[in-house]
Design a binder for this molecule. Structure first.
Ligand SMILES: [Zn+2]
Length: 459
């Protein structure tokens, strides 16, 4: 069975993890700064969800320019100039949980550098590695447990319910710049964590840029000696819809070689291409894939400005979140799939959310579909003085779009069990043939690229 991971990013997303939604996924991925900042709240959420979880200690966050860890606290109404301060959650994570050298980032306002880990003679400083492994692993093992009150602890069947499924050794981002040094630090951190905590499941986190992925053989050779219990990968800005055949081949080849030296590989941020790579007929090159609530199939390592979200609709056959206008154009104007409930079920979506909407709108399919695009205008003035007006999705539209997305993601996982790899690839081509005459290639070409790159894997 392939593991379906949900990333938990903000408390407002809690409802998607609870109640009936519990059935749609397997593991919760928690961010270190949330766990650090509000451990009691997270503990209560975990006990309600009653699902497996792991904690990302986010150690790589401290190696980038510190502006990424700050927020603007200036008074905008007084038109004060921007004034940046470290986010309180990051401050707490570094100073109270992870300790030195992470705390130096806050105290000295500078990123962690490779030189923080090397002695003057060019060797890695074993004391520093031991210290960070001790702190980073203990943080994941104990923080939630320690924040439970005594009464709750007494009623626990097992303390293991509040322990992560596995812990992640300290890790840093790998780009072509200083690749060797950071990679060496990562490998040493993994080795040392296993030495200090011999009875704990410890995974290696590989966060790489697309360019660093091309140095796959260097990574593989170190990992063949290390034989990690499990590996989490995260490729920076790996937008699967944008990959050309050659990119996909590099990705697959990397996974294939990696898989020889570990039993478990999860892609922390992946889309349907990665889900297909979980298929057992191709030897489960991946064992699980993660995403956030209606986003996060890809993520960039350094956050870049959020921007205003537009209403999007995850079109199941295209396995992509299209702008609502594009989705509407396909299903209503081009394909006439909104004519009847049966047409809609067969060609667009048969998820619980879509069916509930149709019922709510008394069988009016067009009205039901329009609910996904409900928005209100937001007007703001740019610094240049230009007035911009944008359509911002309503809270309700975002809620139902997320629910529809999650039902469909769960279906993509269950399809792995239900259909052969060949049939799933054929479905990609069918969807391409169906839609490309109306929308052109831009929004659906990935379906053919995926199919072409994947068909060679079947041996
Ligand atoms: Zn749906």
């Amino acid at each position: 069975m392939s593991v379906h991971i949900y990333h938990y990013n903000t408390n407002s997303e809690q409802r998607f993890f609870l109640g009936e939604n519990r059935e749609l996924y397997d593991i919760i991925a928690l961010n270190g700064n949330i766990v650090s900042y509000m451990p009691a709240g997270v503990a209560s959420f975990i006990s309600t969800a009653s699902k497996m979880f792991y904690i990302d200690p986010q150690t790589h966050a401290f190696q980038h320019s510190t502006i990424n860890l700050k927020r603007d606290v200036s008074n905008k109404e007084e038109r004060e100039p921007p004034k940046f301060e470290f986010k309180p959650s990051i401050k707490k994570l570094a100073q109270e949980r992870l300790g030195s050298p992470f705390s130096l980032v806050i105290e000295e306002d500078r990123p962690i550098r490779t030189t923080d880990f090397f002695r003057n003679d060019g060797e890695i400083d074993d004391n520093i590695i031991t210290n960070i492994c001790q702190n980073v692993v203990s943080f994941q093992l104990e923080t939630i447990m320690n924040s439970l009150d005594e009464e709750t602890k007494e009623f626990l069947d097992s303390e293991d319910d509040f322990r992560p499924e596995f812990v992640i050794a300290p890790y840093f981002y790998l780009s072509p710049r200083q690749f060797r040094e950071w990679f060496k630090i990562n490998i040493e951190c993994y080795r040392k964590s296993c030495e200090i905590f011999p009875n704990i499941q410890i995974y290696l986190s590989l966060v790489v840029s697309k360019k660093a992925l091309q140095r796959g053989d260097e990574i593989i050779s170190a990992i063949s000696e290390l034989k990690p219990m499990g590996i989490l990968i995260w490729i920076d800005e790996h937008i699967e819809e944008d990959l050309i055949e050659n990119d996909i081949s590099i990705y697959i080849e990397f996974l294939r070689k990696l898989k020889k030296h570990t039993d478990i590989i999860y892609n922390n941020h992946g889309g349907y291409l990665s889900i297909l790579l979980c298929h057992k007929e191709i030897g489960s090159l991946l064992n699980g894939v993660g995403h956030s609530i209606n986003y996060g199939e890809n993520r960039s390592v350094i956050p870049i400005g959020g921007g205003i979200p537009m209403a999007r609709f995850y079109l199941p056959s295209v396995h992509s979140r299209l702008r609502f206008g594009d989705a509407l154009h396909i299903v209503k104007d081009s394909k006439k799939w909104l004519r009847s409930r049966d047409d809609y079920r067969k060609n667009v979506c048969c998820c619980t959310q879509c069916m509930e909407l149709i019922k709510e709108k008394k069988g009016n399919i067009v009205e039901a579909f329009d609910a996904y695009g409900e928005s209100y205008p937001v007007t703001f003035r740019r610094r240049s003085g230009t007035v911009i007006s944008l359509e911002y999705p309503t809270k309700e539209a975002r809620m139902i779009a997320a629910r529809h997305y999650l039902f469909n993601k769960a279906k993509e996982f269950s399809d792995l069990e239900e259909f052969s790899f060949e049939i799933l690839l054929q479905k990609l081509e069918n969807a391409y043939d169906e839609i490309s005459p109306y929308l052109g290639d831009e929004l659906v070409a990935h379906l053919l690229n995926w199919k072409e790159a994947l068909k060679d894997i079947i041996q």
